[in-house]
Design a protein around this ligand. Structure first.
Ligand SMILES: [Zn+2]
Length: 499
């Protein structure tokens, strides 16, 4: 394919991506012992003989971890295997004190589910092969000079689920959308705090290319070490380009594991197929089979909250919000709850949406706060909106009031009173000022009457200035028009030609 650039060649290949997502479950104690799961404790303080793999100890399954895994699997539309088991995945690594990880191999807790994403305005289903429960490994910390490695076993035995997608993802962008959907669903279900920076949500990817129209998959590579959604997308984009270059030059893609190097924004080989693990799975002999009763399953199913996509559809159908607004408001469960609380206080949904998407989210972004810590309560925001609706303050003033409410935590009523910001809507009070403005600006009046409609704005502006911005512009507009009448017929804003 000489003479064809990689980006041109890429158009002739279909990208096929599958993702494996690890999500740490939000239990207080570990999956097989009573040690704390709290993040950030001093190294090797949340440990005991069970999670350190001492001989003679036995694991005891944490019911709370099973319940969270069940919630996650149901929210991902999986079929639940009510009778399943744990298996040992054997490998040697210093962060794995037992020499094996307790996981689920051929009987995962959930199978055959899906997640819906929206790509270019269209809904698309990404299939989920399985959701299984397992324990996390510890963490190795390599000295920067390479002289030694330290191991922290606090994370050892923290409950995880692994969510394995079908190879239904067709672009790096879809991969990011899928991850965002998974994160949002896990947060809505209160299954995990999904903090990628703390490692409570991690992602590996498989990617291959095939000529459009070919049924068989191409040779895939596995990508690791991507610590943000953006990096997942970048690593996949780089890898799609790399594989395109190999294939279009007549080469063969090697089966290997590659890691994303953030510094160079490229992927580099970690190990080839020859070095791949054989995990020698076998049933975990220290645990009995896991049975999930019908009652338990139904109770968990009944406790699931409304999920992001359903909520989004409801905002459009019932509240009349544009799909864009609904998408922004439902991406984060806390934001959706805040918005719903504002509406529950009697606020108009679209106006509430404008405030939340605008000033609220912008202020949170600027301060780095989460919505749960928002200093303007939903009731106070609704109260501010009512002041605008009642004509006490203009929308422009309301935004200043909002800033003061944000800084002081006071309600709108108090801020307006303290700042003397009340808008003047009283016609009697405004009439005298309007009369004066008209008397002092005969040129503008003349311009307006001769068809230069822009002159009206000048008169309104003078009145606003005279009231220090407190006049209600709609009332001022009306009063001025009552006094100077409408422009000459035939004129349409441009005024007479400069003849
Ligand atoms: Zn322990």
């Amino acid at each position: 394919m000489s003479g064809v650039s990689v980006s041109e060649a890429r158009a002739s290949y279909e990208t096929v991506i599958g993702l494996e997502v690890h999500v740490e479950l939000k239990t207080r104690s570990k999956i097989f012992c009573g040690c704390s799961t709290s993040f950030g404790a001093p190294p090797n303080t949340n440990v005991c003989p069970v999670c350190l793999g001492h001989p003679g100890t036995l694991p005891v399954l944490n019911e709370g971890a099973v319940e969270l895994a069940l919630r996650a699997a149901l929210a991902l539309n999986c079929r639940i295997n009510q009778d399943c088991k744990f298996d040992r995945k054997n490998y040697f690594y210093p962060d794995l004190p037992k020499g094996y990880q307790i996981s689920q191999y051929d009987q995962p807790i959930g199978e055959d589910g899906y997640v819906e994403i929206e790509v270019g305005g269209e809904r698309k289903r990404i299939g989920i092969v399985r959701v299984h429960l397992e324990e996390d490994a510890g963490k190795s910390m390599h000295a920067p000079d390479g002289s030694h490695t330290l191991v922290d076993y606090n994370r050892t035995g923290v409950p995880l689920i692994e969510i394995v997608s079908k190879p239904d993802i067709r672009s790096p962008e879809e991969a990011r959308l899928y991850l965002e959907a998974i994160k949002s669903i896990m947060e809505y279900c209160d299954v995990s705090d999904c903090r990628m920076e703390e490692g409570s949500l991690r992602c590996d990817a498989n990617i291959s290319l095939r000529p459009f129209g070919q049924r068989e998959f191409g040779q895939k590579t596995e990508l690791k070490n991507m610590n943000s959604f953006r990096n997942v997308q970048r690593a996949l984009e780089y890898e799609a380009e790399r594989q395109t270059a190999v294939l279009s030059a007549g080469g063969v893609v090697e089966q290997e594991t590659r890691r994303f190097d953030e510094a160079t924004q490229t992927t580099v080989s970690m190990r080839s197929k020859e070095e791949a693990h054989d995990y020698r799975y076998f049933p975990e002999p220290d645990l009995v089979r896991l049975h999930i009763s019908d009652e338990w399953l139904e109770r968990v199913r009944g406790s699931l909250p409304e999920l992001p996509l359903a909520k989004r559809d409801r905002y459009v159908a019932e509240l009349g919000l544009p799909p864009y607004d609904a998408g922004v408001l439902t991406a984060d469960r806390g934001v959706a709850e805040y918005f719903e609380a504002v509406v529950a206080c009697g606020a108009d949904p679209k106006t509430a949406s404008n405030w939340v998407m605008g000033d609220v989210l912008a202020s949170l972004k600027a301060t780095g706060e989460r919505i749960q810590a928002c200093p303007v309560s939903p009731a106070n925001l609704a109260g501010l909106m009512k002041q605008v609706e009642a004509g006490r303050i203009s929308i422009k003033q309301a935004r200043d009031v909002f800033k003061i409410m944000w800084d002081t935590g006071k309600d709108a009523e108090t801020v307006i009173r303290e700042q003397g910001m009340e808008q003047i809507s009283d016609e009697g009070m405004l009439a005298a000022i309007v009369d004066e403005v008209i008397a002092n600006n005969p040129k503008s009046v003349e311009d307006y009457r001769s068809g230069k409609t822009k002159a009206l704005a000048a008169l309104v502006g003078q009145t606003m200035k005279a009231t220090k911005g407190k006049a209600n512009p709609a009332v001022v507009n009306k009063l001025i028009l009552e006094r100077i009448g409408s422009p000459d017929s035939g004129a349409s804003g441009g005024g007479p030609a400069d003849a």
